[in-house]
Design a protein around this ligand. Structure first.
Ligand code: ATP
Ligand code: MG
Length: 576
């Protein structure tokens, strides 16, 4: 089981949840012999996102708690959009998140023959029929919430005729869409799902695993409950939109009189502010070129979050804190970022980097001198050790840290003012050099106090600001990518008539800075390594584009924790 670290109780977040309570009661009652078997059933038609992480943590977490197991099952019954690329990416992401399905890897497509057998059994029992109504007619006959449906004229065919027709469907004697297999339930049921739902349809699309073996494919409602039954799943956890399907889930198993009956339990799906979590929309972002791919660091996919610098621990902590509820809700993305900052604050070594460099020359520092100054890798963790940073006559500081006309409360560098350089010396700005052509500030000339090594003056005089810096001749040049939320709107899934959700995209979600300067210790960074660049935020070496000679860093998060502020103001529930 992954380590779910101790964290302060979340306002509004319950320590336990209703699914855990249901399972605990079942175990106590000796149901299923006290066994707990859950499954995570992704359809391999896209990459996993943070919403799936909620489901993964729930399924694996709750089973492990009760000494049970969790299956990874690919729900691959619709060949049109499924692929091996997605199967592999999903396995990589579940493993990265910290979960292990051991040898319990399953594919619904492996059950095609058995599912077909169950369908014949239903037909023989007079509980399913082949219908020749068109898709449109079926919809028309179904009725509405206020109007009962009508029976199809094909509904009362004898079982033998249905069996023959179904076998011919399988044999490829009908065109796509010419007929379907439907369950014979109740066209007047108040639950629309129960009005003779389709169980099989004809689709001549090659399947990424079974090729052209089949031209009929089972529908979700038929395949899912039976896959759960075949695998001995005890608790089948799914999202709320399947609530109405539960009656059908139970009906299929009862109609086949299966010895094992899993129980479907629904929970609220995760919605996150300033992002979209539907695969259809995520695919649109990728295919429309709005992002660079599924693993674009702005994407809410697990591969995107990984590339952004998220840790699996932070994501698991987030999933723990949001809890599991029965009602739909939207979680503030600031909570996810808060979990990330908490984790990175603990584990990320500190380093100095200057993103928008301004040259500083220390006029009273000898040109040929270089000092190696000790710097701690982590302020609270002595075990993280220390390194040295070179100090020399020519430095880079952040352009933002200098103002010619400092406004009130701007305590950083200004003409005539003294500041501290972290781990180094106190310096005072004595001259501002400008570009002749534009008048823009091109360099600051400063003096340093040789008595202030380490950053404190012997006379104890105070300076208000401490700046980060990098020695110019030793600096590494780097590209740094600054990311912000992908959407400006709180709920980008809420779209006006005739508009696309992509109109709410944040045009400033990516800013690429070139010519950034890094302290030389960062030359050892490997792709995926995470740091806190002092005063700037958390950054990670890009998994794809970073090379030791040509560093590329992604900004994982700034240091501003808006969630901590919300909590400090008296708390806010994680869900709203
Ligand atoms: P989408 O609606 O984005 O296409 P999906 O539900 O069709 O997603 P699946 O691959 O079928 O995607 O999902 C696998 C499992 O993950 C299902 O049990 C599903 O209920 C769960 N899941 C998907 N999205 C979320 C979410 N946002 N929050 C929690 N669980 C989710
Ligand atoms: Mg689905």
């Amino acid at each position: 089981m992954p380590d779910t670290r101790e964290s302060a109780p979340v306002p509004g977040g319950a320590p336990s949840h209703f699914i855990r309570q249901i399972i605990a009661a079942d175990v106590a009652a000796g149901k299923h012999g006290g066994r707990v078997v859950t499954r995570f059933p992704p359809e391999p038609n896209g990459y996993l996102h943070i919403g799936h992480a909620k489901s993964i943590c729930l399924n694996f977490g709750v089973a492990a708690e009760f000494g049970g197991v969790t299956h990874l099952r690919f729900d691959d019954t619709d060949p049109s959009k499924e692929s091996l690329e997605y199967v592999e990416a999903i396995q990589r992401d579940v493993r990265w998140l910290g979960f292990d399905w051991k040898d319990k890897l399953f594919f619904a497509s492996d059950y095609f023959e058995r599912l077909y057998g169950y369908a014949e059994q239903l037909i023989r029992a007079g509980k399913a029929y082949v219908d020749h109504l068109s898709a449109e007619e079926i919809r028309e006959y179904r009725g509405t919430l206020t109007r009962p449906g009508r029976n199809s004229p094909y509904r009362d065919r004898p079982a033998a005729e249905n069996l023959d027709l179904f076998r011919r469907m399988r044999a490829g004697e009908f065109r796509d869409g010419e007929c379907v297999l439907r369950a014979k339930i109740d066209m007047a049921s108040p639950n629309l799902v129960m009005r003779d739902p389709t169980l099989y349809r004809i689709r001549r699309t090659p399947h990424y695993r079974t090729g052209t073996d089949w031209c009929i494919y089972p529908m979700y409602d038929f395949a899912h409950c039976l896959s759960d039954m075949i695998e001995g799943i005890t608790h089948s956890l799914c999202t709320l939109e399947f609530e109405n399907n539960r009656e059908l889930y139970d009906w299929v198993l009862a109609a086949l009189d299966t010895p094992h009956r899993p129980r479907q339990i629904e929970f609220a799906r995760l919605n996150l502010s300033r992002t979209v979590l539907s695969k259809r929309r995520l695919i649109e972002l990728v295919e429309g070129g709005h992002v660079s791919g599924w693993d674009d660091p702005r994407m809410p996919t697990l591969s995107g979050l990984r590339r952004r610098g998220y840790t699996p621990e932070a994501i698991r902590d987030f999933c723990e804190r949001i809890g599991v509820a029965r009602a739909d809700n939207r979680v503030d993305i600031a909570l996810l970022e808060h979990c990330l900052r908490e984790d990175l604050n603990r584990r990320a070594p500190r380093a100095m980097a200057v993103l928008r460099p301004l040259k500083v020359t220390i006029v009273n520092y000898p040109a040929d001198r270089v000092e190696e100054l000790p710097a701690r890798n982590h302020p609270e963790d002595p075990a993280a050790g220390s390194r040295t940073v070179p100090f020399s006559r020519e430095l880079w500081i952040e352009r933002d840290d200098f103002r010619e006309d400092p406004p009130p409360k701007f305590y950083r560098l200004a003409p005539g003012r003294e500041v501290r350089l972290r781990y180094a010396y106190l310096i005072r700005c004595v001259e501002v050099v400008r570009e002749a052509a534009t008048g823009a500030v091109s360099e600051l000339r400063c003096t340093y106090d040789p008595e202030s090594r380490g950053g404190e003056a012997p006379d104890g005089r105070k300076v208000k600001a401490t700046l980060h810096w990098v020695s110019a001749p030793h600096a590494l040049e780097a590209e740094v990518r600054l990311y912000d939320h992908l959407f400006l709107k709180e709920n980008p899934a809420e779209v006006e008539e005739g508009k696309s959700f992509t109109e709410a995209l944040n045009p400033g979600s990516l800013e690429v800075l070139r010519g950034c300067r890094l302290e030389p210790a960062l030359g050892a960074a490997a792709p995926g390594d995470r740091y806190q660049f002092e005063r700037l935020g958390y950054f990670c070496a890009d998994l794809k584009d970073h090379r030791p000679g040509t560093p590329v860093f992604n900004r994982t998060a700034t240091l501003r924790d808006t969630w901590a502020k919300i909590e400090a103001r008296g708390g806010a529930p994680p869900q709203r």
